[in-house]
Design a protein around this ligand. Structure first.
Ligand SMILES: [Ca+2]
Length: 345
């Protein structure tokens, strides 16, 4: 597998630095029960809760924006987030759908502004945007590029653009869901002081939406933390007797720290959220197979003795897929159509 040195460095930094993880700064980006925190600007625009959810969850919904201006109008639903750090990179992602069969045309996109004061006060500066889109009959994932906040930035004004382009009366509707705005998790260490992130775009390969979470399912035997389901396999031969099936609405971490703990197990990741397998003890993941998410990141970490991974198989999805070995462990990474793929030597 031919990969660039830059990408390998990125992956190792991410793997080695748990501080590189960032969290979604949007309080209500999944619209589980309402559209609180979001404000439609303009008398011709409404923002209402709708039961349609981008992941099909029966316990969540989306924001339905309706632009019924009698003429063309570029309107927006907005939300302000604080706790921005100047000089740091941020990215805005989400899911968008438009009902088919609308009688008027329009455009939609995600974009945001920076503000020098908290609560989006002071003079605004346009940050970044997705391209304008014209149709999305089913939910599509969209993402801006990563954008560095100017020095002194305190807050960001996040916008859901709902631009009715027809000059005739009629309503133009757009649904938004799974919105995520976060520090993109790059902590500039030695060698990256210039702030040049042009080599870092591999991080945005695939989809990596924030999981909706919910009450912690019983299969998360190590509990749940920040919408991460932890499967605890710390006892000898504890998890290899049956399939390990991650619940659908959480990021999943399977921790095989006991001897032979996950040996011969088949692991099924959540379809839409990232998944990781760690193998840290004698034969902990021997003959274990991990079935990766459809397009979210999938990682296997083999550390400890060389037998911690032996005849371990990683079946990649479309997203970032990687295996990290520290001591000659044996993992086969089947890259398939992964947008980025790094296996162990
Ligand atoms: Ca939702």
């Amino acid at each position: 597998m031919k990969v660039s040195i830059g990408l390998a460095v990125v992956v190792l930094l991410i793997a080695a630095n748990p501080c590189a993880e960032a969290q979604n700064l949007i309080v209500n980006g999944n619209f589980d029960s309402d559209v609180s925190g979001w404000t439609p600007l303009g008398a011709s625009l409404s923002a209402e809760w709708d039961p349609s959810d981008y992941a099909g969850s029966p316990s969540s919904g989306s924001l339905m924006g309706t632009n019924d201006s009698p003429t063309s109008a570029n309107l927006s639903v907005v939300s302000c987030v604080d706790s921005i750090s100047g000089g740091q990179p941020y990215q805005y992602t989400g899911w968008i759908k438009t009902p088919s069969g609308q009688t008027v045309t329009g455009l939609f996109r995600l974009y945001w502004y920076w503000y020098p004061l908290a609560s989006c006060a002071g003079a605004q500066t346009l940050a970044a945007s997705t391209p304008y889109m014209t149709s999305a009959d089913d939910w599509i994932y969209v993402s801006t590029d990563s954008e560095i906040a100017p020095p002194g930035t305190m807050s960001a004004w996040l916008v859901l653009g709902i631009y009715k382009t027809s000059a005739v009366p009629g309503t133009f509707q757009v649904y938004y869901d799974g919105l995520d705005f976060r520090h993109t998790g790059i902590n500039f260490a030695d060698g990256f002081e210039s702030g040049d992130i042009s080599e870092w775009s591999a991080m945005s390969c695939g989809n990596d939406p924030a999981p909706p979470g919910g009450s912690c399912p019983p299969e998360c035997t190590g509990g749940c933390l920040n919408n991460v389901c932890i499967v605890d396999c710390s006892l000898t031969s504890s998890c290899g007797t049956a399939d390990i099936v991650c619940p659908p609405n959480f990021t999943c971490e399977v921790e095989c720290s006991g001897d032979s703990s996950c040996s011969t197990a088949s692991i099924y990741c959540p379809a839409n959220y990232s998944c990781s397998l760690s193998c840290t003890s004698v034969n902990s993941c021997s003959m274990t197979t991990i079935n990766c998410p459809v397009s979210a990141p999938c990682e296997v970490f083999c550390s400890g003795p060389s037998s911690s991974c032996s005849a371990t198989l990683q079946l990649c999805g479309l997203g970032n897929c990687e295996a990290v070995c520290t001591a000659g462990q044996d993992v086969t990474t089947d890259c398939g159509n992964a947008c980025s793929c790094i296996g162990c030597p």
